[in-house]
Design a protein around this ligand. Structure first.
Ligand SMILES: [Ca+2]
Length: 218
């Protein structure tokens, strides 16, 4: 057989081998993507929403609230320290489980917010802030102790400035979030979140935290 004819007969075999390699590479990539899928990939599709700073939690008619399923099962919302409600307009459903997670700040550092001049993390005043208050003037120490004793802090079982979630409609369900938690919703309603502060001292708060809420299922 002439060499040129033999070469032509070999070419389809080469092409077939190349096609097999390409198919194998494609399947390996597909397998890697499938292996990595789940909450982390779903989290990248979270929708950004803007909370209402002024409206009280649970005052929007239930029919106007958006279910999390309309937001790809996940949303991110800025929780401002100076807002007593941060009403999201998003409805969390009874019996469903959700993950709440505070994200790092824009430069990847631990997130912080501020009660006037006091530093706080999502889990409340820092140790230095507690020391500063304990070594302050007699009036400041008396004021903090008195409001504590009278139970004026919005959630007395949690530290000052602890990040709290709330689901409100028929009744209120409080969710201590801090840096992050998972919880099952007892009664459907609007999701809101706030820094745990005295009801009348939100005006001197500064900063915000970015919170991600993801539906995990039943
Ligand atoms: Ca304050």
């Amino acid at each position: 057989m002439p060499r040129s004819v033999a070469n032509k007969l070999r070419q389809p075999r080469r092409r077939s081998a190349e096609m097999k390699k390409i198919t194998l590479r494609f399947l390996l990539v597909l397998a890697a993507v499938s292996f990595n899928s789940g909450p982390s990939i779903a989290a990248e599709t979270c929708q950004q929403i803007v909370a209402n700073d002024l409206r009280k939690c649970g005052t929007q008619p239930a029919g106007l609230l958006r279910p999390v399923s309309e937001l790809n099962g996940c949303f991110e919302v800025k929780i401002k320290a100076a807002s007593p409600w941060n009403a999201t307009g998003v409805r969390l459903e009874r019996g469903r489980r959700y993950e709440f997670k505070v994200l790092p700040d824009k430069v990847g550092e631990d997130p912080m917010w501020y009660d006037a001049s006091l530093d706080a993390t999502p889990e409340g005043w820092t140790e230095e802030s507690h020391k500063e208050m304990n070594s302050g003037s007699w009036f400041v120490r008396w004021y903090v102790a008195a409001t504590d004793w009278l139970g004026y802090r919005r959630v007395t079982s949690q530290d000052w400035f602890y990040l709290m979630g709330m689901v409100a409609e028929v009744g209120d369900q409080l969710i201590p979030i801090g840096n992050g938690t998972t919880d099952t919703i007892q009664r459907s309603g609007e999701f809101c979140a706030f820094a745990n502060d005295l009801p009348w001292t939100y005006r001197n708060n500064k900063g915000s935290l970015m919170l991600r809420v993801q539906e995990l299922g039943k």
